[in-house]
Design a protein around this ligand. Structure first.
Ligand code: SF4
Length: 331
């Protein structure tokens, strides 16, 4: 089956006073119909820029897609104009942002905004759009949807605003939802409710979800497949079970070791480990492996030669020189 979305060799760069910042540098990601793919990594790893590049939601300039293809249902989105992309936004690909206030219009009621999106993409009357909007607000469990449809975004709590955002993203029943850290700004209990809601909506509508997160706990709960990004590149990709059972890249291992384990008794508990150092500035990234300055396994080859993604088991790829047969069994 052909993938729903294929990102091939994507490079998204930003011009700065200090030089070109290579935020995304040769990324390949595939999303299949109906699956949940989590893209995980620390802040500054390029995951949000990758997601925003799909619909050209980055500021251009200073940003630009320097290379690559973004194939959605067989059509490359990169050469499309913004009015052509408007046709795809919401109708084919919905986007849920970290902070809904940045994408909800504060001077329009939430009902007006959802209905407007419906009317722009579908041939529905005002009355039908309002009915569909109320139906969507009920689906995302907004109490008293008939009354709340006339409220403004500031009249909702953070969690309820995120539910509104999900209703808006789902209104036109897109085939793909991109959710960029949708729970980061919320309390822990509300976070769990929003993730459950997203999963529930995904199953109800049969859409694919690309979930951007820095939290491995969220990945474990929601993903089917996982892409780990570091310093603008994909460093590991696997099914969620394989990734947690046998993480192979030292960066992925570090991310997993930083998750609190409440399932272990006190005898088996170990100290949480932070990954020392920080993500490099991507104007002059390190030569060779970009993780080398933070990697306790770094070898001479690591600072001389860039490790490329290679398959280490069916469906499991990583970019690390450890155990690479091409290096004559180095490490
Ligand atoms: Fe560490 Fe080398 Fe692997 Fe990079 S390539 S993660 S520095 S062992």
């Amino acid at each position: 089956m052909a993938p729903l979305l294929e990102i091939k060799g994507l490079k998204t760069h930003f011009s700065t006073d200090d030089g070109i910042l290579q935020a995304v540098d040769g990324v390949d990601i595939t999303i299949n119909k109906g699956e949940t793919l989590c893209v995980v990594g620390e802040s500054g790893c390029g995951k949000t820029v990758t997601a925003m590049s799909i619909l050209k939601l980055i500021a251009m300039p200073p940003g630009r897609i320097a290379a690559g293809e973004i194939i959605f249902e067989g059509r490359d989105l990169v050469p499309l104009t913004s009015s052509q992309l408007d046709e795809i936004r919401a109708k084919e690909i919905g986007f849920i942002f970290q902070e809904p206030m940045t994408s909800l219009n504060p001077v329009l009621t939430v009902g007006e905004q959802i209905a407007e999106s419906l009317r722009r993409h579908e041939n529905v009357t005002r009355k039908q759009a309002l009915e569909r909007t109320i139906e969507m607000l009920k689906l995302v469990q907004i109490p008293n949807a008939e009354g709340r449809v006339h409220n403004y975004p500031h009249q909702f709590s953070g969690g309820m605003r995120q539910r509104v955002m999900i209703a808006m993203a789902l209104a036109c029943k897109p085939k793909l939802i991109i959710a960029d850290e949708p729970t980061t700004a919320l309390d822990v209990t509300i976070q769990a409710q929003i993730l459950d809601l997203l999963q529930d909506m995904k199953e109800r509508f049969g859409m694919a979800v690309m979930l951007i997160t820095h939290a491995m706990g969220v990945v474990a709960e929601t993903a089917q497949r996982v892409v780990v990004m570091y310093a603008g590149k994909v460093v590991e990709e696997a099914g969620v079970d394989a990734l947690f059972a046998d993480p192979r890249h030292p960066y992925t291992q570090g991310l997993i070791r930083s998750i609190p384990r409440i399932d272990l008794d006190s005898e088996h508990k170990t100290r949480l480990e932070a990954i020392g150092g920080s993500v490099p500035i991507l104007i002059n990234p390190p030569v060779g492996c970009r993780f080398a300055p933070r990697c306790k396994f770094a070898m001479n080859v690591c600072t001389a030669k860039e490790p490329l993604l290679r398959e280490i088991a069916p469906g499991h790829r990583m970019a690390c020189h450890l155990g690479d047969p091409q290096l004559g069994g180095a490490a």
